[in-house]
Write a protein that binds this ligand. Sequence first.
Ligand code: NAP
Length: 415
Amino acid sequence: MTSTAIIGSGPAGCYVADQLLRLVPDASIDILEKLPVPFGLIRYGVAPDHQSTKAVSRVFERVLARDTVRFFGNIEVGRDVRLAELLELYDAVVLATGSPRDRRLGIPGEGLPGVIGSGSFVNWYNGHPHVSAPAVNNVKSAVVIGNGNVAIDVARILAKGPAELAGSDLSPEVLSWLSSQPLTTIHIVGRRAALDAKFTDHELAELGTLQRAQPIINDPASLTGDNAVVKTLRSFAEAAGRDTPVTIEFHFNRVPVAFLGGQQLRAVEFRNPAGAITEIPAQLAVTCIGYETTACCTAAPAKGVFANEEGKVGERLYVAGWARRGPSGTIPTNRVEAQQLAQKITREIADGQRSGGEGLRRLLEERGRCWVDYAGWRRIDAAELSTAGAERCRQKICSLEQMLEVALSDQLESV
Ligand code: NAP
């Protein structure tokens, strides 16, 4: 029986495990995750008001629950175990570490308080234990840079009122920050034309259904061309205006030039195709311009991904998901890609009689490392669901210490 270690428990990693098991039902698979909780982008990237998208985690739960699958949460490759050690212990190793770093614009003022990358912002509103609230307050105007679906998510979460966010898993702290901002305007700014926007029509159209906010097109003449996104933008331009406390204003053909401010952000400067410079006043700017992968122990990325040939990085080392192809596609894209990768791994890898998960367990015990297994995750999950209350579907535990306390409670009790 072959053994595989998958580094990362987001959709890419879980789909690879799922597809490997479809080909070899008794394959031994260990999923390592640096946080105590699984599911990566599903838990910390997908918007909290899109619970139907998060529901794919039920498929992944079934994978983690399989007899031959082990979850090693709270284990970071490079800190607790080296990549070279995993390659000795397992027949195959898969990097499924995603793209955790925000791309940067590289323009003046990017470090000002009030300027934040979408990865951090999205992690924050999803209750990630390593990210705190934006370092600003009194946000009346927010600029969202980028014309992809992440920009739509960010704008929608800012735009919705508390009633519209009920039933999500936004934490009370996040909700309190959002509702305490005197927000009146959200600007979504693209560097190219509306026709080139990467929004999907479905996500864009949702902005026209909000209660607290309405989308506005300041320059309907800029809506040239004819595709589904442009048609939806035109429908926004043609809609009868409503009296809403917040407006979402679209701007196209505006290249970001600088973030302006002294102690904190005051405005964002843009250049139009004629070279003219304009300013949009803002106390918060979220750059939604994509992500890059980061090194995993000795594996170093180039141009934001791990160089690979059809998912193969080196001898018995593979890569999947955003760490392989960059931050593109939807969650099901990972399933298709995982199917091909699982076939490749199954073709190329033989049973090397390696010690696999047993060997990893011994190594971690020798080092005194404490990990969260699947039962530990289930305890966190149960605690989060049982404390949810009527307002939300889940009360996420947002501190690492608390997660470990809940996950390891049976071990602590037996000491
Ligand atoms: P994206 O779709 O690639 O959009 C990135 C945006 O940033 C583009 O408009 C791009 O403009 C712009 N950009 C890049 N560099 C820039 C720069 N230097 N200055 C100004 N603008 C710049 O990426 P994303 O929105 O981060 O989404 C990542 C993936 O997740 C996508 O595949 C997306 O569809 C998916 N996603 C899906 C959902 C959903 O289905 N509900 C939700 C969230 C995310 P150019 O086009 O000019 O390069």
